[in-house]
Structures are given as C-alpha cells and as structure tokens.
Write a protein that binds this ligand. Structure first.
Ligand SMILES: Cc1cc2nc3c(=O)[nH]c(=O)nc-3n(C[C@H](O)[C@H](O)[C@H](O)COP(=O)(O)OP(=O)(O)OC[C@H]3O[C@@H](n4cnc5c(N)ncnc54)[C@H](O)[C@@H]3O)c2cc1C
Length: 470
C-alpha cells in the first residue's frame, strides 16, 4: 500500500530507526508463512520495546489509516500473521518476565517471551507452567494467548485460555486496557480478557499477561502402547484414566503411517517396537509427589488391558532421553509428512467419546474419494483433537493433490460437524479457514463476532481480513 508521507519517519521517532525494518532481506523472516501456502506483503516491520511504544505506534497507524498485523514467533498454522500491506508489529522485544509470585502461583510476563523461556523460568522458581507444544522453542506467549493454543497438556491443564488470569492489551485506538491481576476469583462484570484470548490479533495487541502456575511434577512416566484396533484406543484411554485420574497428562494417538514416515525421513529416530502395529498411543503421567508409584499404577492398568486384548505391546521410557525420543516420534509427524510429499491438513475436534468412530469413518470417506491416498490421523485424542492429515498417494503430482484441498475440507469438515465437532480445534481461523468458518457457523455467530469487531475496531485496523471479512 502507499504509506502517507512522513509515516515511516514518525515510526522511527517512536521506536528508534533500527527498529523499523523495510528492506526485503530484513523483513523476510516476518513475512515467512509456516505452511508455505500464502504470501505476506508488508511495508514495514516495527519492533517496539514496551506497551507505551506499541500504543504510540497504534495511534500513528490509526491516524495514517495503516493496518497492523501483530506478530509473536510467527509459528501460527492458519496464516493469521500474514500481512496484505501495512505494518507487521513484532512483539519480540517485549521479552521480560516481570514477576513470579510462587505463593500466588502466578507469573506476570511480557507478550514477546518465548514459551520455552517461561517454562524454564517457572521451573527455576520451583513451579510449573504447563503449556507445551511442538513450536515452544520459538512461539511467544502473546501468540499463544491470541491463538488460545492447545498442545499436549490440555487433558490435564486446559487450553491457554484456562492458564490466563490477567491481561494487558493495546486497543485498536491506542488506549491501554489493563487487568493485570492474578485473581482466581473476580466476578466484576464481563470477563473482558476472554474477548482478546483467541482473537488472533483482530481486537488489539496483547502486551502483558498474568499466567497460572502449578506445582512442579516430580514423578513422570512416559510410555508408548501398541494396539491392533483403532476402537481400542478409546478403551485404553478409559482404562488408564480410571486407574490414574488426572495424573494422566497426555494421551496422543499415532497411526502406523506416522511411525513409518518419521523413521524414514527424520534423522535419529527409530521404531521402539520389534514389529509394526496399526495404532500407537503415547502417554505421559506426572505427579507433584516424587514418591507416587506412577509406573506401578500404569503397569497395573496396562497389564489388565493386555490380558483383555486391548493392548498388544508397550515400551516405557527408562530415561529422560528415551522419553524425548518417544515424543520425537509424535512431534515430527507433520515434518515427515512434508518430506514425503503433499499433505492436506485438518485440525478438528469431536467429543472424546466419538473420536475413534469419527476417525474410522473419515478415513474411509477420504480413501473412497481418492484411492491410494494415505490418511495420517494423529494427535491429542485424550481431549478430542485430531490432526486429520492426508498424505498424497505415492507418485501423484504434489500440486494436483494440494489442488484438491477444498474437496477434502468438505468431506472431513462435514463429518466433523455431523459428529458435533469443531473445524478448528486449536490452530484458529486466520486466513486459511476463513471460508470454512463462514460455511459452518450460524449467521448469528458471525453477526455477533462482527459486532464485537466493529465496536472495538471501527477502523478495521487490527489484522484486517482475518477470521472473517468485516
Ligand atoms: C511445529 C509446530 C507445532 C505446533 N503445535 C501446536 C500445538 O500443539 N497446539 C497449538 O495450539 N498450536 C500449535 N502450533 C501452532 C502455533 O505454534 C501456535 O498457534 C502458537 O500459539 C502461535 O504462537 P506465535 O507466537 O508463533 O504466534 P504468531 O504465529 O506470531 O501469531 C499467531 C496469531 O496471533 C496473533 N498475535 C501474535 N502475537 C500477538 C499479540 N501479542 N497480540 C495480539 N495478537 C497477536 C497474530 O497476528 C496471528 O494472528 C504449532 C506450530 C508448529 C510450527
């Protein structure tokens, strides 16, 4: 877009010249799009250092009519950080941990803190911050909050929304809204922070947050079980949860194809079993009490599952390194799929009780549509979230496969809806799922969302065109 005269100089005055990037090489990493599906164009990347600078930049953008895309670690998977002209506002310089209150079990942080740094800081204070996902080494907490990120601990600790007690946000007119309290009880009118959590930067820029901390896990067991039948995945889940309660913190499903692709394409990975099995479950159990016999508990439940024919084999991690190796088999599935060729991805959720039935029907439906296609459904089945990914048939042209994405959307998302599910479990809507949201939402849903957007951002300055068109 054509920027008004003097606009870039104004930004330089506000944040310092080195923090206004305009050269293609300098802005490339901010225009990168994780999935490689979309092109991002921006006139400048601005890197403010604090809330006041962000507020001043927003006011300058409003005055000049320049749109703003907020950015954290740029690991989002739905194109929410893709700009179409205007300014990308990076939060990377807001990276201070302001306070850890161990007695209150809270941590007050700036939005640009990298998630892994927060986990580490919590641990150093003898506490635990449970949000955990594959991108934790680069995603930033403001991005996690703005996408309401899920990850592998949702079963026990909930989504990001459940981990946020307080928030500070620069509104689309440049005013600062601050409710940075660490209260677990606060019924003073509407709980406005929830408007901004999961809003994907369309309602304002998150600048600070108060996060919930938990007692540090002192006992941990990681194991992988092999199963013959898809339906047995839920039977096993029920047995382990009944035996171990909320000590079961992760329950991830992996299909045979997942193990095959990861061990073929990703260095330093190996199948921990002597032979291949149709389905696997990766489980983690933790407890804040080091004396808890987690292994004994889970072995007891597994032994019964084995005798009942639910499980055919299992391996336990005997060390941290072995635990990480098992997790790598799960985390690397999307990367291995990319190396294998074209992959079409869906991030859906259905009620936990219907997950395996959904997966079976969806697999059949996509294979009927394209014989030879290889479904690779995996993910957080313990909270009902399935990454229903499809790997192209061997030898098929990648572009021709990807061109069928919308057809597969219709098949998978129609079935998701029939099962009472969501077409976006944890990644958000951004640009990639905007049309799908319109297709599957009620008119009233969209009307209410537009009302919220228009009342907070009448100039449509904050991440325009994301989630829905105003
Ligand atoms: C390998 C890998 C694994 C992943 N695993 C998971 C997973 O298990 N669960 C999951 O939920 N996601 C997962 N993701 C997706 C992604 O990591 C999350 O969506 C993450 O929360 C995004 O954080 P970010 O800092 O990278 O945000 P960005 O990509 O920078 O931004 C995401 C969205 O939030 C907005 N935004 C960013 N910062 C702010 C702010 N301060 N204020 C307002 N808006 C803002 C952006 O405009 C954009 O719309 C994964 C991604 C990768 C690459």
């Amino acid at each position: 877009m054509t920027l008004p005269n003097g606009f870039l100089d104004r930004l330089r005055q506000l944040v310092g010249a080195p923090n206004v990037l305009i050269a293609d090489d300098d802005t490339a990493k901010y225009r990168h799009e994780e999935r490689g599906l979309l092109t991002s164009i921006c006139d400048a990347v601005v890197r403010p250092a604090n809330t006041d600078e962000i507020a001043a930049v927003v006011k300058a953008c409003v005055a000049a009519g320049v749109p703003i895309v907020a950015m954290g670690g740029n690991t989002g998977l739905v194109g929410g950080g893709v700009a179409n002209g205007g300014v990308i506002l990076s939060t990377e310089r807001l990276n201070r941990i302001i306070e850890i209150d161990a007695l209150n079990n809270t941590m007050t942080v700036e939005a640009g803190c990298v998630l892994a740094d927060l986990q580490k800081a919590a641990e150093e204070a003898n506490c635990f911050f449970p949000l955990s996902l594959g991108a934790e080494g680069s995603c930033r907490i403001g991005g996690n909050i703005s996408t309401n990120a899920g990850g592998v601990g949702v079963l026990r600790y909930g989504n990001t929304r459940d981990l946020v007690l307080g928030l500070e946000v620069v509104l689309p007119d440049g005013r600062v809204w601050s409710r940075l309290n660490g209260l677990r009880k606060d019924n003073t009118g509407y709980d406005l922070k929830h408007l901004f959590i999961g809003a994907e930067g369309t309602l304002g820029i998150v600048t600070k947050a108060v996060l919930k901390l938990f007692p540090r896990p002192r006992a941990k067991v990681t194991l992988m079980a092999a199963l013959r039948e898809l339906d047995q995945v839920l039977v096993l889940f029920d047995r382990i949860r009944n035996a171990c309660g909320d000590r079961l913190t992760a329950f991830e499903m992996i299909p045979e194809l997942g193990i095959e692709l990861v061990t073929r394409h990703i260095p330093d990975t190996r199948d921990p079993f002597a032979e291949r099995h149709p389905w696997y479950v990766l489980m983690e159990l933790t407890s804040p009490r080091s004396a808890d016999d987690l292994r004994g508990e889970v072995e007891g439940a597994l032994g019964e599952a084995f005798e009942a024919g639910v499980v055919v084999d299992a391996v336990f991690a005997e060390s941290e390194a072995q635990g990480r190796a098992l997790w790598k088999l799960r985390e690397e599935i999307p990367g291995a799929q990319t190396r294998e060729g074209g992959s079409i991805k869906h991030d859906v959720s259905v009620p936990v009780s219907r997950t395996t039935e959904f997966v079976r029907l969806a697999m059949q439906a996509v294979i009927d549509e394209m014989p030879g296609l290889r479904p690779c459904p995996f993910g957080h089945i313990g909270d009902g979230n399935i990454h229903f990914n499809l790997t192209q048939p061997p030898g098929m042209d990648k572009a021709a496969f990807i061109a069928r994405w919308e057809d597969f959307n219709r098949i998978v998302h129609d079935l998701t809806k029939r099962y009472g599910g969501s077409i976006s479990a944890e990644h958000g809507i951004g640009l990639v799922k905007r049309d799908e949201l319109e297709h599957y939402s009620s008119a009233l849903d969209i009307e209410l969302m537009r009302l919220v957007k228009k009342s907070l951002d009448p100039n449509n300055i904050m991440n325009p065109g994301k989630i829905f068109v105003v």
